[in-house]
Design a protein around this ligand. Structure first.
Ligand SMILES: [Fe+2]
Length: 453
């Protein structure tokens, strides 16, 4: 079709392990990993899927399910299929099918995606938040089901992962069984997912844990295509471990808190390439409307991990978060602790829990609730870039664990180590709502941030 530039992306030099699900290819391909969406932007989308044998790739798509009259092909024989569609219209729903040049492997009324809204544009946007999700537990299925029940007929614009996406080692087989198979029916094929890596994503025994931490050679990096070259907005990081992207007027940063960059730097090494990139990205994007950073290791938690004694959590708090606070980052969302914890609007607390002083470190006494109750008081920011950050730990999309003796952390306004849950961020213009949806369907915490201008 005129005006459309289409091309396939060659699969990486990577052969998925042969499993019971992938018999020797006999000429007719079978889908062994359902389609999922990557590299989303306002005008493009990558669709990935996996077949049991090597085939050519075709995505057919169109504005109506009964008229998938546009096609994008890749003639390379691959099992890891990656087709990137470009030249699409912003915030537009497309139906699609995937397959070979001869066969359709997935299609239907429920096989669709929407492009993202144009960067900077205000609207009503929804982004899902799943932390520590890949345990193949009863909780994982319940949280997924209740999250989707809350969503109802509405769509997400995107969803993010807070790391530890497939336990215990983040191997390809674990990713298949505990991530792709669990979320395939609605989330993965309809909504682009923007991941971040956790420590378990670096445990990959197929490659060797220490090797993976240094070299990032692990299934996480094979399974996801990260927008490291600015494909989804933001400053290109040129490194799939960390990147940024825009959903309308929300700017997201996905960071790597466990991998080593250049075999030596962690996120808390403030002269590292990652932190230099964070500074450059925030400088250019802090005025977008909302800025949300997410990664795995939380700076404050007394859940299943202790931010006073854990070295990575301590150093991230001491060295790194001040850089985000300086630029007025609105929200930091982490996982790792299998609990839920939410602070007030706060700033400048870099010490141990015992040094937290509400008078000094809370920017206001607001509860964050905006529900008309006696406690109702949304977090308020007078300008787009203003002091105060809300810190959330939401690491219970699959596991819930016993908290530390000092639970709850003094910096937290609401803490829950009983229920499993995932979250949704809903932004409309200068209002942001964060809701924590539990595995029994109850929203046990929610807060609102409003901006005046
Ligand atoms: Fe973790």
């Amino acid at each position: 079709m005129a005006g459309l530039f289409l091309h396939g992306v060659r699969a990486q030099n990577y052969s998925p392990p042969v499993t019971r699900d992938s018999p020797k290819f006999n000429g007719k391909a079978r889908l062994v990993r359902e389609p999922y969406l990557q590299l989303a932007s306002d005008t493009s989308m990558m669709i990935r899927w996996r077949t049991d044998g090597a085939t050519r790739s075709r995505v057919s798509y169109g504005l109506r399910q009964d008229r998938l009259d546009q096609h994008a092909d890749d003639l390379e024989l691959v099992r890891e299929h990656k087709i990137r569609l470009t030249g699409l219209k912003p915030k537009t729903k497309y139906y699609y099918s995937v397959g070979t040049l001869n066969d359709t492997l997935a299609s239907g009324m429920d096989t669709y995606f929407s492009t993202l809204p144009a960067a900077g544009q205000e609207g009503l946007y929804r982004v899902g938040v799943f932390g520590d999700c890949g345990a193949l537990s009863v909780n994982q299925a319940r949280v997924r089901d209740e999250f989707l029940k809350y969503l109802g007929p509405r769509d997400l614009d995107a969803w993010i992962l807070l790391g530890d996406n497939a336990y215990n080692d983040g191997t390809d087989m674990e990713y298949q069984a505990k991530f792709f198979n669990i979320y395939k029916d609605r989330l993965l094929k309809n909504y682009p997912v923007f991941p971040s890596p956790g420590n378990h994503d670096y445990h990959d025994v197929d490659f060797g844990a220490e090797y993976a931490q240094n070299n990032h050679t692990t299934a996480y990096y094979q399974n996801f295509t990260m927008p490291a070259e600015g494909e989804s907005g933001g400053v290109p990081s040129h490194n799939p471990a960390y990147y940024s992207f825009d959903v309308g007027n929300i700017h997201f940063l996905s960071l790597d808190s466990y991998g080593k960059e250049e075999k030596q730097y962690f996120l808390y090494d403030t002269l590292s390439p990652q932190v230099k990139w964070v500074k450059a990205d925030l400088k250019l994007n802090k005025n977008k409307g909302w800025v949300i950073a997410f990664w795995h290791y939380p700076p404050y938690s007394m859940g299943t991990h202790n931010s006073d004694t854990d070295g990575i959590m301590t150093k991230i708090r001491e060295n790194f978060i001040r850089i985000l606070e300086r630029e007025g980052v609105d929200l930091v969302v982490c996982g790792h602790s299998h609990v839920y914890e939410r602070s007030r609007l706060m700033k400048g607390h870099y010490g141990l829990e015992g040094s937290f002083d509400p008078k000094k470190h809370n920017v206001s006494n607001a509860s964050g609730y905006d529900d008309g109750s006696s406690k109702s008081a949304a977090y308020l920011k007078k300008k787009t870039v203003a002091p105060g950050t809300v810190y959330v730990v939401s690491g219970s999309a699959s596991y819930v664990g016993k908290p530390e003796a000092s639970w709850p952390h003094d910096a937290m306004y609401y803490s829950n180590a009983t229920d499993a849950g995932a979250a949704i961020i809903e932004v409309e213009g200068k209002r942001l709502d964060f809701k924590w949806i539990c595995g029994d369907g109850l929203i046990r915490d929610q807060f609102t941030i409003k901006k005046k201008q």
